[in-house]
Design a protein around this ligand. Structure first.
Ligand code: GLC
Ligand code: MG
Length: 425
């Protein structure tokens, strides 16, 4: 959070499964649209918060499977674990707060008396969260019995039913909504309350996100779960700050950004002709997003006029430019363009996707930007990632021509094996 010197322009707090992440789309179209929009238009002055029911273990697993951005703040285990930044530094203050009237041992004792509760996997049992599976028809009755027995034992708990199968028991002060309220309070104390907050969710544990004051809410979709729809009907039908999107998953989030007028809502992925998209000001983040979208299209053979693309590329690459690839080999931009010609369509018909993450431009002199970002690609299930540093220049060009690429340097990120010779840019 220290990254921003003042209030975030927009803070998006989004659930993951079936909200940011569409498990029914192997092409990951809506999340990739969101990613391009976020990195091009929001990353530099806004905050991205993921709020998931998943434990850290399952959250990290999902990141390996889907093209997800890196959030500024990660809230896991249904609002019981808050962490900051890439290093995922835990918020100890939140942990202390959750100990109030909570004793995991007592929860275990009381739940073991109910045969209809099936324990979820070990990874999903957390210090302030006990999780079970329960059949829909039993849920209400079990929630009532449990809350009575736990009160009798001196605890103050919150029981949440989600997705028509998951039952979570948490300390009363926990939950996705309370975690968001806590973050707002913290940011406010630093004088950095976001100008706008958009909460996004699809199931029971997301309902409380929409009860936090001053939060715009979007229930994504057609796919919103029955229990959330019911909550909406009973609690928020006439609340104009909460909408029920008619688009699915991340496309619903983009729709809500437009609906509430929270800022730009056209993803660079949706521009009909990226080569023709001209800007009236220099925008290095947009330039990086666009470059990699075109690279993906090029390798998938989805560029209408390859000649025009190559000419455009030659025009925006400095003749003296250098690319240092993650194997440490230096190539001139001329060589790179030659190599690009060879890989036209090499990913055609494959599930090949490219996205950039954490695009951070810094202006280093009157006409030069240093842009740091992670460049990722995924072919099928295989993800690769390189830290990338690029130098872009506005010297002797107009905004409509786009910035000139002067230097690109890549380094393998932890986890990428670095032995895949198919890596390119
Ligand atoms: C995620 C968690 C699970 C939890 C559910 C609903 O699926 O892995 O433990 O019960 O979210 O909150
Ligand atoms: Mg969900």
């Amino acid at each position: 959070m220290e990254r921003l010197k003042s209030s975030a322009r927009l803070m998006i707090v989004s659930d993951l499964d079936h909200t940011m992440v569409d498990h029914h789309d192997p092409n990951n179209l809506s999340i990739l649209r969101f990613n391009a929009l976020w990195e091009a238009k929001y990353r530099h002055d806004s905050l991205l918060v993921f709020s998931t029911g998943r434990s850290p273990t399952l959250y990290k697993q999902l990141r390996k499977e889907k093209p997800m951005l890196t959030p500024d703040i990660t809230i896991m285990s249904v609002g019981t674990e808050i962490t900051y930044g890439n290093a995922m530094v835990p918020d100890e203050g939140w942990v202390d707060f959750l100990n109030h009237k909570w004793d995991k041992k007592i929860v275990t004792e009381e739940t073991s008396k109910i045969p209809d509760l099936t324990l979820q996997s070990e990874t999903e049992q957390r210090p302030h969260k006990a999780s079970f599976y329960v059949k829909k028809e039993k849920a209400q009755e079990i929630m009532k019995t449990l809350s009575e027995s736990l009160v009798k034992r001196g605890l103050d708990v919150k029981i949440i039913y989600s997705g028509g199968m998951d039952l979570d028991i948490l300390p009363q002060g926990a939950g996705k909504g309370q975690a968001l309220a806590y973050l707002h309070k913290k940011l406010k104390a630093e004088g950095k309350l976001p100008q706008n907050t958009l909460a996004c969710g699809d199931s029971g544990n997301d309902a409380e996100l929409f009860t936090i004051p001053d939060v715009h809410g979007v229930m994504v979709v057609k796919n919103a779960q029955e229990e959330l729809l019911q909550w909406h009907a009973e609690n928020a039908k006439n609340n104009p700050k909460i909408i029920h999107a008619d688009e699915t998953c991340a496309a619903g989030i983009i729709q809500a950004i437009g609906h509430f007028n929270l800022g730009p809502n056209t993803s660079p992925r949706d521009l009909p002709d990226l080569l023709d998209a001209k800007l009236d000001h220099f925008d290095p983040a947009y330039e990086v997003v666009k470059f990699y979208l075109l690279l993906e299209k090029w390798r998938r053979a989805e560029i209408d006029s390859p000649e025009r693309y190559l000419n455009n590329l030659k025009a925006v690459c400095s003749p003296a430019g250098l690319y240092v690839n993650p194997f440490g080999i230096e190539q001139s931009f001329g060589d790179v363009i030659g190599k690009l010609k060879d890989c036209y369509g090499d990913k055609k018909g494959k599930q090949y996707q490219v996205w950039v993450d954490q695009v951070f431009p810094t202006q280093i002199d009157s006409d030069t930007w240093l842009v740091k970002f992670k460049k990722l690609d995924q072919t099928g299930e295989e993800q690769q990632c390189c830290y990338t540093t690029a130098i872009l220049s506005s010297k002797d060009v107009e905004p409509s021509q786009g910035l000139t690429w002067v230097h690109v340097h890549q380094t393998w990120m932890d986890g990428s094996t670095g032995d895949d010779k198919s890596w390119f840019l």
